[in-house]
Design a protein around this ligand. Structure first.
Ligand SMILES: [Zn+2]
Length: 59
């Protein structure tokens, strides 16, 4: 069991997230969908490094 701490882009708060499933060996670039406890929105978290997908970019 692993947990990640990421910074919510909406609130700037640090949010702890527990990974429910063990990632596969080749999932270095896969993302986990997280319901954020700080803002209740969905974020995509990189399983390998805990960084948010698209945190620094917008459409
Ligand atoms: Zn959030």
């Amino acid at each position: 069991m692993a947990n990640l701490i990421f910074k919510c882009p909406q609130t700037g708060m640090n949010v702890q997230h527990w990974l429910a499933e063990e990632p596969a060996d080749d999932s270095n670039f896969s993302y986990d969908t997280v319901v954020c406890q700080a803002c209740s929105r969905l974020h995509f978290i990189n399983r390998s490094n805990g960084r948010l997908l698209g945190a620094e970019e917008r459409d």
